[in-house]
Design a protein around this ligand. Sequence first.
Ligand code: KG4
Ligand code: ZN
Length: 340
Amino acid sequence: MNILSIDTSFDDTAVSMTDGNRVLSNVLSTELAVHLEYGGVVPRLARVSHEKNLDRVIALSLKRARMTWQSIDAVAVTVGPGLAICLEIGIAKAKEMAKLHKKPLIPVNHMEGHLLSFLANRTDQISFPFLGVLVSGGHTQFVLCPKIGSYEIVGETKDDAMGEAYDKVGRMLGLGYPAGAVVEKIAQEGREASVIFPVPMRQIKSSETSFSGLKTAAMRIVENAGALDRQKTADIAAGFQTASITHLSEKLAFALAQNPSVCALVVGGGVAKNTALRRAIRKLGKEKKLAVYFPNSGKLCTDNAAMIGIAAQFSKLATFDYDVAIFDRKPTWRLESASL
Ligand code: KG4
Ligand code: ZN
C-alpha cells in the first residue's frame, strides 16, 4: 500500500512515501537557524516554516519516490503528540490533499511512529512481546508491545526526557541546539571518570526514569569548573553521558525483570542515534538473551515521516470522513490510547 505521510509535530517539516515497510522517499526540511538564536524551538516560528515549506516538501517526496497522486492509496498524518499549532498545519494539508485526490486519511500517533521505525526496509519476522525503548527530545518511555497496535507504557520519565537533558546540558556547555549529537561527539575526548555525575534513583526499585537531577548536577559542575576549555567540556560531557546511559540501562533492566515474557528490545527516537547508548542496550540484550532492534539509519531515529507511513499501514482508522474528531490535533496523545 503506497502511503504519503506528513509529520509537522515539531520543528521538522517531514513528508515520506512508503509501501509497507519499504521507504520510497523520506524528505525533511528544517529551519534550524531560525531556532538556534533562541536556544530551542520556538513554536510560532516552526509553524511559519511548516506553512512555507510543506507544499514543496510534498512535491519533492513524490518526485523522489517517482510517484503521482494516482498511485497513492492513502494519506497519513501525525495528529499528536506534538506542538498544537504545528500539528494543525500538517493535519489541514493532509485533509486538503486527501479530499482533493479522494484518498482515505489515516491519523497516526508520533510515538507509535518512533516505536515502529525499526521496521523500515525490514522483511524478517519480529518476535513478540517486545519492549520498546523510546528516547527522544520529548519522551523517555518503556513500552510493552504484545502485538502491533497494542501498547502499554511500563516506565517513563518523571520529569525531563533523555534528549531534553542532552540538549540542556549541551546548552550549559555552549554546544548549541539541538546538542545531543555534539555532546556525544565531544564526550569521546573526555577522560574517563574525571567528572563523576551521580546516577539518579539507584535506591528506588522502579522502571521510572528521571533526568532533571543530572541537569542540576551539570549546572553545579559547570559553575565550579571556571572557564570551560575543550578538555573540561569533554570531561563534563563524558561524565553526563556515562551517568545518563547507566541510569537508562539500570531502569530498563528493572522493566525487563518486571516483564519476563519480553523476547526483544526495540529502540527508537533521536537519542537512539547515540553509539554509546546502542552499545549499552546491545550489551543488556546479550546478557538477557534478547534480540535488539534499532532503526537502520540515523534519519529514521530522529523525526521523520517514513515512520508515520510505517505505523499507518497497520492502522484500522483509515477514513474518508475527514471532519470526525479523530482528526483534531491531539498535542498530548498517549501511546496507550493509540492502541487499536
Ligand atoms: O526524536 P527526535 O528527533 O524528536 C522528538 O520527537 O523529540 O529527538 C530529538 C532529540 C534531541 O533532544 C537531540 O538532542 C537528541 O534527540 N539526539 C541525540 C543524538 N542525536 C539526537 N541525543 C544523544 N546522542 C545523539 N547522538
Ligand atoms: Zn519525535
